[in-house]
Design a protein around this ligand. Structure first.
Ligand code: FAD
Length: 307
């Protein structure tokens, strides 16, 4: 992994850096580029704007690594409130939610995380939408897939993210490329050891393509989460090869990243879903976005310097 990326991801766990950024007024402006706001109405407003432009949405209430029950409960309530608000605004047919299991108790009680995720899935179903489980660092993969399997017994449309940088992911794709399943394939955003993850950029990209082939050849619904123009082109070619029509798979991109490409793909008839994060706990999310792209870091530093 490139050293700048490793450094920024290390800062993602650093309480002092977090404190400095959280109190610098200028960071608010930077955060707004990648985060829709802090409240449910902010999230609904951003969703309405994107849906108005023909895009689909998945919403993430920011927060992760929760270590106590009360915070996990607060996260669940935020999702329930969000789902109600989306339904009331007639947006829930175009907007689903993304859930990090570590935000609802996974780190200290997997059963609690399953129960909490079940409450979110039940509410999503009532509102006519569904849930996708985000994938976090590799220590959680096994547990997340276990919880997914349980959830899918009641809600078969619950989706999951798989990370192309993990060596195990091709097998996980084979396992999940079945009728009714929804898999979001992404490169992966955490600093992982070489024992479990491909290290070089090309190796990760190659594995992304291998996994994409398996998902497109299978009977499930693939969701390709990448901004990479080369991969987007390859996916389009492979989709034709596997006779996948627009609507039988989708592209996903992050809020604030390549918005013109999001609209271009959507105008050409594809389903494009924008991942919209919101909430006060934006720090870990922002640091991962900065680590992905030096230009994002430059944008951030310019803003901090007041230019
Ligand atoms: P990168 O290698 O970061 O970028 C490749 C190329 O894309 C760049 O060279 C450039 O040409 C273009 N590009 C990238 N960013 C920009 C930009 N800002 N402006 C212009 N061009 C740009 N990770 C997880 O670990 N777990 C998850 O659950 C998860 N969910 C995700 C959901 C969605 C919808 C998306 C889009 C990503 C998700 N990620 C998740 C993050 C993902 O793993 C990557 O870290 C992130 O998407 C960056 O990878 P990339 O494929 O865009 O390619």
């Amino acid at each position: 992994m490139n050293p700048l990326r490793t450094l920024i991801l290390a800062a993602a766990d650093n309480a002092t850096v977090k404190q400095v950024l959280a109190t610098a007024p200028v960071s608010r402006a930077v955060v707004r580029r990648f985060v829709a706001g802090e409240t449910t109405p902010d999230a609904v407003r951003a969703t309405g704007e994107l849906v108005g432009e023909g895009l689909a949405v998945t919403l993430d209430y920011l927060g992760e690594h929760t270590t106590d029950r009360a915070l996990a409960e607060e996260t669940v309530r935020s999702y329930l409130q969000l789902l109600d608000a989306l339904h009331a605004a007639a947006l829930s047919d175009r907007a689903e939610v993304s859930l990090k299991l570590s935000a609802v108790g996974q780190e200290f009680d997997e059963k609690l995380a399953l129960d909490n995720a079940s409450r979110v899935c039940a509410a999503a179903e009532q509102c006519g939408t569904t849930v996708t489980l985000d994938m976090e660092d590799h220590n959680t993969t096994e547990s997340t897939l276990r919880v997914l399997a349980e959830l899918r017994r009641t809600w078969p449309s619950v989706g999951v993210a798989l990370q192309a940088y993990l060596r195990r992911t091709l097998d996980d794709c084979r396992e999940l490329a079945t009728a009714g399943s929804r898999v979001r394939l992404c490169k992966g955003a955490y600093a992982e050891p070489e024992a479990v993850a491909y290290f070089g950029r090309h190796e990760v990209d190659r594995n992304f393509v291998r996994c994409a082939n398996v998902l497109l050849a299978g009977a499930g619904y693939p969701m390709f989460a990448t901004h990479d123009p080369v991969l987007i082109r390859i996916i389009a070619e492979r989709a034709r090869w596997y006779d996948r029509r627009p609507g039988s798979f989708e592209y996903q991109m992050l809020y604030g990243v390549r918005p013109e490409e999001q609209r271009r793909l959507s105008l050409s008839g594809h389903t494009v879903r924008v991942y919209v994060p919101y909430g006060v706990q934006w720090y870990g999310y922002l640091m991962r976005r900065l680590a992905e792209r030096p230009a994002n870091m430059a944008f951030f530093l310019r803003a901090v310097a007041g230019r």
